[in-house]
Design a protein around this ligand. Sequence first.
Ligand SMILES: Nc1nc2c(ncn2[C@@H]2O[C@H](COP(=O)(O)OP(=O)(O)OP(=O)(O)O)[C@@H](O)[C@H]2O)c(=O)[nH]1
Ligand SMILES: [Mg+2]
Length: 382
Amino acid sequence: MSQFNFVRRCHNCGAILQSDNPNEPGYVAPEYLGDLSSRVVFCDHCYEDSRYNFAPSSPNVDNDIVTMLQDAEAADALIVLVVDIFSFENSFIPEVIDIIQGLPLVVVANKRDLMPKHQNDEDLKEYVAHRCRVAKLSCTHDDVVLCSLTSESDVSGIWEIINAKRRAHDVYVIGARYAGKTQLISCLLRSYVNPTGQSVTRVTYPGTQISVLQIPLDVSSYLYDSPGTSLSNSNVSRVNKAGFNRLVPSKEVEAKKVVMEKGDTFFIGGLAYVQMVEGEKTVFDFYASNKVETGKCSKPEAEAIFFKKLNKQALLPVPEGKLSNSDYDAYDIIVTENTRRDIGIAGLGWFNFQGANQTLRVYVLKGVGVYASRPKVAPYVK
Ligand SMILES: Nc1nc2c(ncn2[C@@H]2O[C@H](COP(=O)(O)OP(=O)(O)OP(=O)(O)O)[C@@H](O)[C@H]2O)c(=O)[nH]1
Ligand SMILES: [Mg+2]
């Protein structure tokens, strides 16, 4: 009679696991191919990606934006990268980074108002610069401007930095959707003095279909805005309008204390759940919009309970459609550092905790980015 054997595959990329050739897809050390009953197994390649702070998946990028940035590169232009400081860690796009890597850079870290007030601004700037460096952008603390942009914001300081850094070259304002580029441009225009006879116009960028605002800076250089790059690997692209309004914080985020022991599971809306697979009892500070519903479950059938709640819309926000665990990716994050650490989920929020050899299994909707990092916000001490 024919025999059917279970074929073991990498939980992330699906490659068939093998221990024969480290240079071929699906390689894992032989000891990991033993008992698979209690572990999610990654091939070495996928394991390295999640272990060393690389986003498991990057957002898609439009060819027109690539064309525009190739022009920026040829013109040795200044790049003004706008990021939403609440969640930007998974928004870097390797294809974009490759092009802008060698160009002068200003990072406008926007939405400071959503971060806890007690957090030191200089440390936040250093965190943003560090995350840019993790993404392979050359960036220091001094390249980062922290701001909250309302219609009344005074951005004359940002103009000064732009003018000092652009060395009479063009300027391109780029960033992910929803980061605040339009808000920045409208603030910049309020304190803009036009030194030329040319007007500020909306043009179709040469060689592309994209419509950009062209702001003359002198007779031969311009500042261009650009359409936001995709947030395809963020939870914000997985929910409807009502879900989006829950997910995006409307005020300063506050830490919610979550105590977890081995075997506990924490539900985050219907978008993610996190299990403590290994480790001693740990207090986690969880930062997210206060409209995201959460819950802790200590039962072994926590996963089934999550999907029951999810499909009854009892955990908001929920992604659309009827979902099962095959719609979620799982990452085992093994914390080897014994310092404070963050584990974050794109567009949703992050946990801060004292590292102590925990293993956390993070389940997110397929393709949603997860990251591990030094802390963005220090714990509040009274
Ligand atoms: N809390 C807060 N919200 C902000 C801030 N700046 C912008 N926003 C809000 O963020 C949202 C997105 O801002 P936009 O300026 O439209 O962002 P964008 O980068 O132009 O987005 P796209 O055009 O989609 O690429 C809007 O609802 C703004 O009101 C800020 O400093 N703090
Ligand atoms: Mg815009």
